[in-house]
Design a protein around this ligand. Structure first.
Ligand SMILES: *[C@@H]1O[C@H](CO)[C@@H](O)[C@H](O)[C@H]1NC(C)=O
Length: 391
């Protein structure tokens, strides 16, 4: 789920920078800025919610693999261990009362665990993993609502000291820690900026601590409850709200409200910003006014891209005259394209006046949009002027 990465703690900084870029259309410059921001240490969320998709390279908490051990090929499964030595095989979700201890046992030798990112980052000694001969055990004590999230176990396949996760055998359980005071997994941010991209699902990650909480979606201006029909917008108790096909009217300040018993609480605010996003990298078409022209003639090389309306396309040129310092002379234009869907043609025309021998060669146009680049080339031959015929 690459999209979810956008909501990682560090990703958010990058995202806000990118959003800013989309507004001022200085992408190359802004993307650089976003890169720089990524390296700036941000405020560390103290009790933030488990972030889905993280951007650190720190691996999940690992149980050091024992060398020369091969994982059993038996099916992996996860059991919850209760007091008095009771066991229960877990389903897709479980609820553990806050303050209680979560103990999970996973068959495999060895196994690796992955836990909500916030637990990985804030090592406060509450989480422990131990590898026994046939199984691994994860123990989390003094639990709070903030520990709500996905816990997974990966059996490891080892050859000598080389171990790798057996992803296809991973077992996951989503653990809720219903908190009588906090219906939402706490977040350190007062608000979160989220990009609404054309035709890409957008997640509002308001995560509840109890699967019993009733969650609704609200808009701030004007103050209304947003209809959640399950098609355009849907709710998943393990993820939050998803806007499946974002449109400009979805933009604005939204927040979730959870109710359980007498408690009613609001989530972090989500600032949804609509960005016209292309469906694909550009597909430029290049055409020279002539493939062969005489010295002194004028050359026009056009490069055009047909794409979604209001999606910015940038052009870059490489041409033989660059070697001798011929300045870049281009004319750029955008014209609507007829037909059903809202499409436009972006075009850059390279003009070479009074061509010389040095203008002969390959002309390359590179078109760029938010999803990528594509280059196309054409070659042009320059022929000497025909000598006037002697009588
Ligand atoms: C869990 O909470 C108890 C009581 O507050 C405390 O004594 C203990 O140190 C805590 N354990 C950990 C590992 O934080």
């Amino acid at each position: 789920m690459p999209l979810v990465n956008l909501f990682g703690s560090k990703g958010r900084l990058v995202l806000s920078a990118l959003l800013f870029c989309a507004v001022i259309f200085e992408l190359a410059h802004c993307q650089k800025e976003a890169q720089e921001q990524r390296t700036t240490p941000g405020r560390k969320p103290k009790s933030s919610k488990p972030k889905l998709g993280k951007s650190t390279n720190k691996g999940p908490r690992a149980v050091t693999a024992k060398p020369k051990i091969k994982a059993t090929s038996a099916q992996t499964f996860l059991t919850q261990v209760f007091k008095k030595g009771k066991f229960k095989k877990v389903g897709e979700t479980i609820s553990v009362q806050t303050g209680d201890t979560l103990e999970l046992r996973c068959r495999g030798k060895p196994v690796q665990w992955s836990v909500p990112t916030y637990l990985e980052e804030d090592d406060d000694g509450r989480l422990r993993t131990v590898q026994h001969e046939r199984y691994g055990v994860l123990t989390l004590v003094n639990t709070t609502g903030a520990d709500t999230g996905e816990y997974s176990c990966y059996p490891m396949y080892c050859e000598d000291t080389d171990c790798r996760k057996e992803y296809d055998k991973a077992v996951k359980v989503f653990v809720f820690f219903p908190d009588p005071q906090e219906l939402f997994v706490p977040s350190s941010d007062y608000y979160e900026a989220i990009q609404l991209r054309t035709n890409w699902p957008t997640l509002l990650p308001c995560q509840v601590t109890s699967p019993e909480a009733k969650v609704t979606l609200h808009r701030e201006f004007p103050l209304v409850e947003v209809a959640v029909d399950g098609t355009e917008i849907s709710f998943n108790v393990k993820r939050g709200f998803t806007i499946h096909r974002p449109r400009p009217y979805h933009a604005g300040a939204l927040y979730c409200v959870a109710s359980l018993g007498n408690l009613r609480q609001s989530s972090t605010k989500y600032m949804l910003i609509y960005v016209n996003y292309p469906m694909a990298p550009p597909a430029p078409v290049i055409q020279a006014s002539s493939g062969s022209l005489t010295v002194g003639g004028d050359l026009r090389v056009s490069c055009s891209v047909v794409g979604e309306q209001d999606v910015l396309v940038e052009f870059n040129w490489e041409y033989p005259g660059q070697r001798i310092g011929r300045p870049l002379n281009t004319q750029e234009s955008i014209t609507p394209v007829g037909g059903g869907a809202a499409r436009q043609q972006s075009q850059s025309v390279l003009l070479v006046e009074e061509v010389r021998d040095v203008d002969q060669g390959t002309y390359t146009c590179t078109a760029h949009n938010l999803l990528g680049d594509k280059s196309v080339s054409t070659t042009v031959t320059v022929v000497p002027k025909a000598k006037p015929k002697k009588p």
